[in-house]
Write a protein that binds this ligand. Sequence first.
Ligand code: ZN
Length: 415
Amino acid sequence: MRQLLTLQATRPKAGPRRGSDLKELGIVEDGAVLCLGGKIVSVGTTKDALRDPWLKKHRKSVREIDCAGKIVLPGFVDSHTHPVFVSPRLVDFEKRIEGASYTEIAAAGGGIRSSLEAVRNASKSALAAKVLAVLTEMAAHGTTTAEAKSGYGLTLESELKSLEAIREAASQWPGTVIPTLLGAHVVPKEFQGCSQKYVEIVCTEMIPQAAKRKLAQFVDVFCDQGAFTSNETEQIFEAAEVHGFKVRAHMGQLSEAVLQPFLRFHPASFDHMDHVNADDIAQLAKQDTVATLVPGANYFLGLKEYPNARRLIDGGVPVALATDYNPGTSPTISMPTAMSLACTHMKMSPAEAVAAATINGAWSLRVADRKGSIEPGKDADLAMFDVKDYREIPYWFGANHCAMTVLNGIVSSRV
Ligand SMILES: [Zn+2]
């Protein structure tokens, strides 16, 4: 292959990539990767691979994939998605174009409530089929690991049903799915004015039940104006911790939150981060909490402002990129699109965008020991792009040049 982007560790005991390490892609020219039983066993030049004694002996039984003239990189790790919904929100789309406010959109039958009703009424298998179709589409665009949140049911029953749908879809997809309970997405209509009652349901019913049935690895909270307060978020994180969940949160999308009180929970990720203060940047530079940026949401909402990636990266905060796939604010499954927006609107270099979409996404899901780079011992998750230079991935925006993905050793080809 022309370029093999290994993303191999730049130093022995590496945490998530920060600062100038974010652009170290570990490129091997004319590279080759040997995979066995779903794992990567060796990485190097094609010349070295052909000299390998094991390969020489077993060459006939090995499936060779010719990547000549193409580039290969770790499969993308999309660390923030909301795939469990039924229909696109076309009313929101059209009304927003006409300049309608959030309240006007809700009054016209749009907004998050329209997604809730459909998910509550849907069967588990119908939801699973939706999720599986999305995962398949993601793989066709180079994603091999995806986080998947519940959060469009917001009752005990429909949140558990959503997580079960994720599990069912994941069992039929060769890639890796990391499920997240997002019972605290918004306060549903029936609890408006008494959000504390809803928080109690999240803490005493949803979290314990999801733990008991091993349906999620993370608990997420949308902590912002119009969603959940900092106190409520701490309360939910406490319940999550008691039940053995790791935590992550939507933070700073609409307004600035003070992040300090949450750091004792060692969140794997704070997502969005459009608004963040200098003290918190200094704190995050010392932590392994990743700032997951989702520029697809800013784009689709037609916002002029994007998260200040440069300030975060130059301040030493580890940054990841994700799609935020969801029906209201970011209906895209394309990691290359998120990367393109990161380059054009957040001034990240193509190299930084690649690392943020692979190894740092893996860190944000706490699976960096097996995902996010092409190194011996890691899972065989690869994406092959039919381009000559990795910078073409964010460059050709809106087109899909992913020719093939390998998901835990299973080849999925577009043609
Ligand atoms: Zn989200």
